[in-house]
Design a protein around this ligand. Structure first.
Ligand SMILES: *Cc1c(COP(=O)(O)O)cnc(C)c1O
Length: 399
């Protein structure tokens, strides 16, 4: 029917910018938690497009919502209202406790909007209140401002001069934060509630509440980057809800529309009021196709009780991984995470293990060099988890 694996890889190799270290398979389609390559081999997908495919692949309700909307209208300019955007913004405020929404097309763009909003808000208080404090080892995106917000040097190299006004402190260290935050200079503190790309780091219980308090004392806004942790991933709709705090600005993307490129900036009325007509904008952001997809994702999450499932399956998976940790103490030193955002810290680089699992038909990921990461669809079952744990067990036995 179509191109061979070799033809796809060599055509891409000649014509696409070579920025991705790709696995040598060509994916063709998926169904539920499974994907298939173009030679017909089946894989169980516990990466979910990096926390994007929250409903798995080709979920009938999502497919129907997208196809119906595509047949009506894919795009119209933000110069006009659509019912899809009105409904989505209402839903996003209800589930987040925020007051207003701005729709973007990706995580980086959502964070870019969050940073712009915080700067605009803080400038209205004082022209010197411009600093954005982020965490070392964080990840916030690849645009110039968001790669600068990302507290990892390797993402900065070659792109200097970088935007000014970004400062970094170690994650989960309130004292370090207190030492740099000031009433005069700090516009916002921007954090992932659980660090994702950095290696699945869960903060101590009181950390985010302490950050919230520091923001209140200094008039800094709290931006929570929920791009990976949001949309039910941790068993709550947003991870800050695990810690009982309310941010001023929240960025969302990845799972929001189940795979249709979409992001959102959510904010309290107080923060959102800093944006006036013409202060920010987008051509594609929040087009009816993306909004219809996101509305369908929320509907399925409610109907299929996916928050409860993410919590229960997360606990089941962590228990299974902890058994593997006991069985292979020389390979796994820690299992951590919340809900279906789980990391297993290894004593060596994880690349070979990930490759071997792929050969055996299981897609998992390794982040920060030595942390195996699992971000499966939220509608998985115990049988799916058992299937992946079995592959992992066999793979670890070979190491
Ligand atoms: C993936 C991610 C981003 C960037 O999202 P893109 O859609 O790739 O721009 C930003 N922040 C966090 C926490 C992420 O996990």
């Amino acid at each position: 029917m179509s191109m061979s694996k070799e033809a796809v890889i060599s055509t891409e190799g000649q014509h696409y910018m070579q920025v991705f270290a790709r696995y040598q398979i060509v994916l063709s389609h998926g169904e539920g938690v499974y994907v298939y390559d173009n030679e017909g081999k089946k894989y169980i997908d516990f990466l979910g497009g990096i926390a994007v495919n929250v409903l798995g692949h080709a979920h009938p309700a999502l497919v129907k919502a997208i196809s119906t909307q595509a047949g009506k209208m894919i795009h119209c300019s933000n110069l006009y209202y659509t019912e899809e955007m009105a409904l989505l913004s209402k839903k996003l405020t209800e589930v987040s406790g925020m007051d207003r929404v701005f729709m973007a097309n990706s995580g980086a763009e959502a964070n870019e909007g969050a940073i712009k909003l915080a700067r605009k808000y803080a400038k209205s208080i004082s022209p010197d209140k411009v600093d954005i404090i982020t965490a070392t080892n964080s990840f916030h995106g690849r645009t110039l401002a968001t790669l600068t917000a990302t507290g990892q040097d390797k993402f900065h190299h070659g792109y200097e001069p970088l935007p000014e006004g970004f400062k970094y402190v170690p994650f989960n260290d309130l004292a370090a934060l207190k030492a740099v935050v000031s009433k005069e200079r700090t516009a916002a503190i921007m954090l992932e509630p659980i660090q994702g790309e950095g290696g699945v780091y869960v903060p101590d219980e009181g950390y985010l509440a302490g950050v919230r308090k520091l923001c209140d004392e200094t008039g800094a806004l709290l931006i929570v980057d929920e791009i990976q942790t949001g949309m039910g991933r941790t068993g709550k709709m947003f991870a800050y809800q695990l810690y009982g705090i309310k941010p001023d600005i929240v960025s969302v993307a990845k799972g929001l529309a189940g795979g249709v490129p979409t992001g959102a900036v959510l904010a309290t009325e107080k923060a959102a009021a800093a944006f006036h007509a013409g202060d920010h904008g987008t051509t594609f952001g929040g087009n009816p196709l993306a909004c219809a997809a996101a509305n369908a994702v929320f509907k399925v999450m409610d109907e299929e009780k996916l928050l409860d499932n993410a919590k229960a399956m997360g606990e089941y998976m962590k228990a299974g991984l902890n058994k593997l940790k006991s069985k292979y103490p020389a390979l796994i030193t820690e299992v951590r995470g919340k809900g279906l955002m789980i990391g297993a810290k290894l004593t060596k680089p994880g690349k070979d293990i990930v490759n071997r699992c792929l050969e055996k038909g299981a897609i998992i990921n390794c982040t920060a060099g030595d942390v195996l990461r699992f971000l499966p669809p939220l509608n998985i079952t115990k049988a799916h988890i058992d299937e992946v744990l079995k592959v992992l067990d066999e793979t670890l036995a070979e190491q």
